[in-house]
Design a protein around this ligand. Structure first.
Ligand code: SF4
Length: 467
């Protein structure tokens, strides 16, 4: 019994292409503004840390220095004594939790930096632990290089990323912030929303102090951090809406930027932990500039592979040689279609040659040749000239093939359907009812025997068309 779901219903190619175009556009929109986002996030966390530090050194109830009198250190409730609060002196004395603001600004900065420098997935970010930072000693030079171990990822395949100096600074800031008095990072349990299981307590790098305990960041918290960080940049999309970044946008940007800067796609595949390079290339956005540059490079390569003297105006002698070539291509039973500048390598055995375009006007001659070959084969067989029979049979097959080509051409012409296309003269002049017959049209009407050496091209070549 046939499946009730049709092919059209399960074919997803068009949908996939549309999704890819949408994602590419998203990446193209966000990649140029990434430096603005990172610098704004860095400035924000520094400003929040400075403000918190100054507020801590201010007596409760006093104006906080450096705020132009707009903030006053609030008197915190006893239960939340480790938090630093401030009150705005204007606008009804709104209270601000400066500790929370500093924390949010720091973690937004850390999230953006780690995501953009590693291209890891959101769930991989949340599973980074202090143990993920390892080191490797190069056997050749003895140099120690820091590595970031990503495990487990979506594919359950561990991978190691080289830690760049920028990433090392960010990881160092995170670890310094989380270390307790004993130098250890608190162990926290996290909930894996995809696997729907609680992971055992680990020294997670993305955890924060909530009340009296440490808790792991959740995917929702990461998204909120990014939204708040974006809102301080004032960046907008092409339609004027506030620009948003999802954690996966950083992954697409990472792949696009890396490949555009010369990283081979198969290396990017390993770094991203993709099983297929198709997935990696799917992440990479294509820019129109890339297409144009690739095409120009192709033309430059092709030109480089041809002698430079070919790119000039032909001399009169060369032009005459070119025209003479076409004159020489006329043979008794049609037209030879070999390329310009190439000699006949078939010893002018045109009946057997696939390059011969038979002339309909020479059908009778071809039929004579075929009859003659049949008679000669019969004679050779009768006389016992078996060595000649084989060659004659090849020629006979060639002649029959050419006759078949002529028959097929005649059938095609007799079955031709007029499409009622407007003639060139009518379009150009508008007022003319009938078009004066052109030489080309005459040739076409009379068959290729009248067209002469230009049968293959419909019009005589000019210097312009040959350049
Ligand atoms: S044998 Fe072929 S290549 Fe040679 S002249 Fe005849 S058609 Fe041209």
């Amino acid at each position: 019994m046939p499946c009730p779901i049709s092919d059209d219903e399960i074919r997803k190619a068009k949908e996939r292409r549309r999704r890819k175009a949408r994602m590419d556009q998203r990446t193209r929109e966000r990649l140029p503004v990434l430096p603005v986002l990172t610098s704004t996030a860095d400035r924000r966390r520094r400003a929040a840390a400075d403000l918190l530090q100054v507020a801590r050194n201010t007596e409760p109830g006093a104006l906080i220095p450096g705020t132009d009198g707009s903030l006053r250190r609030a008197i915190a409730p006893t239960a939340a004594g480790h938090l630093t609060w401030a009150e705005e002196t204007a606008s009804g004395g709104r209270r601000r939790n400066l500790t929370y603001e500093e924390e949010e600004a720091f973690w937004a900065f850390a999230t953006i930096e780690v995501l953009r420098l590693t291209g890891i997935r959101n769930e991989e970010l949340l599973e980074l632990t202090h143990h993920s930072v390892t080191q490797y000693r190069l056997p050749s030079t003895g140099e120690v290089v820091p590595l970031l171990q990503i495990a487990p990822s979506k594919t359950d395949t561990e991978r190691l990323l080289l830690v760049s100096p920028e990433l090392a600074d960010v990881l160092s800031a995170i670890i310094s912030r989380l270390r307790g008095p004993d130098g250890a990072i608190p162990l926290v349990a996290s909930y894996d929303v995809r696997e729907k299981v609680w992971n055992p307590p680990m020294p997670l790098l993305f955890q924060r102090d909530v009340g009296s305990e440490h808790r792991a960041f959740t995917p929702t918290a990461i998204r909120k951090l990014l939204i708040n960080a974006l809102s301080t940049t004032g960046l907008t999309s092409a339609d004027g809406e506030a620009l948003t970044f999802s954690p996966h946008d950083f992954r697409r940007i990472f792949v696009t930027d890396a490949i555009m800067n010369g990283l081979p796609p198969h290396i990017a595949q390993v770094i991203c932990g993709h099983r297929s390079i198709e997935t990696t290339m799917g992440y990479k956005a294509v820019y129109p500039a890339e297409t144009i540059e690739a095409h120009r490079a192709f033309i430059a390569r092709r030109r480089a592979s041809r002698p430079g003297e070919e790119y000039r105006t032909p001399t009169a002698e060369e032009w005459d040689a070119f025209l003479a070539h076409f004159e020489k291509r006329k043979v008794s039973i049609g037209t030879c279609a070999r390329a310009f500048g190439s000699p006949c390598v078939h010893e002018h055995a045109c009946v057997r040659c696939s390059l011969l375009r038979p002339d309909p006007a020479q059908r009778a001659r071809l039929a004579d040749i075929r009859d003659n070959l049949i008679a000669r084969i019969a004679e050779a067989e009768r006389e016992g000239w078996l060595g000649e029979v084989e060659g004659l049979q090849v020629s006979l097959a060639g002649a029959q093939d050419k006759l078949a080509q002529l028959n097929a051409e005649a059938t095609r012409r007799s079955n031709a359907v007029s499409l009622g296309m407007p003639a060139l003269g009518q379009i150009a002049l508008g007022r003319r009812e009938t078009k004066e017959p052109s030489p080309t049209a005459d040739w076409a009407a009379a068959g290729s025997s009248e067209i002469g050496p230009w049968a293959h091209s419909a019009r005589r070549p000019t210097r312009r068309t040959l350049r």
